[in-house]
Design a protein around this ligand. Structure first.
Ligand code: C5P
Length: 310
């Protein structure tokens, strides 16, 4: 009997994103701290017997998402995830995939990676592939640097490409405000801009280690201390490619956020609040300042990718 399996995967912010010089494969080694947020990508998988993969997209009303920028062919990471899983486990069935988007596209919040993680979990279950979580994590790393964390969730230190994960201890909930732009930034372009800025001595290198003050703030559940400890080597490059991000960060400051940072390779700006109430106040301030195309609140840490019951 054909059944539809639905899985959801979280968005992420990087609380620390320290980038080393590129290695011979072009990738940059990272020391990063991820936190998963309760902003979800959902993927539904319905098996088909003809071996074909199809992809459809749904954008719920009010989601901060520009659907025109999502490819619906084999270049989509969810499609690649289904194809890789089928190849690896010798699955002859195909699948109809339906993505319900809740995470900004090309926003530095790993929305595409969340699609891949959710597709892996939904297809593994729908095809009854017998894949363990560890096997899915290995496939996730082949799909993209942020996919293993989408699967893992919570808060974690990521080394190498960000795919070698160690859980981080946290206390309580952290409240975030996310200011998104309708125009995206390409991750490789932002990394290349960092290399250019460093070669031109416009940006120094950072200490290549996990920030102790950040880890202590997480363990204490101290949003004020965490806000002060947020760092991202890609923030300068993202701002030089998109100068209007400076106004977003200034508006977060004016709204008395505990801290604010460009998320991953941007252009989403993530502001940390003291409480849910404070997050709503910051969001209202950012909306009134008209510095972003959409403003949403979220909290973390959220779970990793899970199957959702009907
Ligand atoms: O892994 P993902 O597909 O998300 O990466 C997209 C691109 O971003 C890579 O092809 C690479 O150019 C760049 N990147 C990098 N170093 C990383 C992660 C990504 O240079 N650690």
């Amino acid at each position: 009997m054909t059944r539809t399996v639905r899985a959801k995967a979280p968005a992420k912010v990087n609380l620390q994103l320290t980038v080393g010089p590129p290695s011979s494969d072009g990738y940059h080694p990272l020391v990063t701290v991820f936190q998963a947020l309760d902003l979800w990508e959902t993927v539904e998988a319905t098996p088909r017997t003809d071996g074909e993969i199809t992809l459809a997209l749904e954008v719920p009303a009010g989601a901060p998402v520009d659907a025109t920028r999502v490819p619906l062919d084999e270049s989509n990471l969810a499609w690649k995830a289904a194809a890789l899983l089928a190849r690896t486990f010798g699955i002859d069935d195909g699948v109809d995939l339906r993505i319900v988007k809740g995470v900004p596209v090309a926003g530095g919040m790993a929305g595409g990676s969340a699609d891949a993680a959710a597709a892996l979990v939904a297809c593994a279950e729908a095809w009854d592939a017998g894949a363990t979580r560890a096997q899915l994590a290995t496939l996730a790393a082949r799909l993209g640097a942020d996919v293993p964390f989408s699967l893992h969730g919570h808060t974690a230190v990521g080394l190498d490409r960000g795919d070698r994960l160690t859980p981080a201890m946290t206390h309580g909930e952290f409240h975030w405000v996310l200011a998104t732009q309708s125009e995206g930034l390409s991750t490789p372009t932002v990394f290349a801009e960092l290399d250019r800025r460093r070669a031109a001595r416009e940006q120094a290198t950072s200490d290549f280690e996990v920030d102790g003050a950040l880890m202590r703030a997480l363990m204490a559940g101290d949003a004020v201390a965490l806000g002060q400890a947020l760092t991202n080597d890609l923030e300068g490059p993202a701002m030089s490619l998109m100068p209007r991000l400076e106004a977003v960060l200034d508006a977060c400051d004016a709204a008395d956020a505990c801290g604010a940072i460009v998320s991953g390779s941007g252009p989403t700006v993530a502001a940390l609040a003291r409480s849910r109430q404070h997050a709503l106040a910051i969001a209202a301030h950012l909306k009134a300042a008209k510095v972003a195309d959409a403003v949403v609140t979220a909290s973390g840490p959220a779970s990793g990718t899970v199957v959702v019951a009907d």
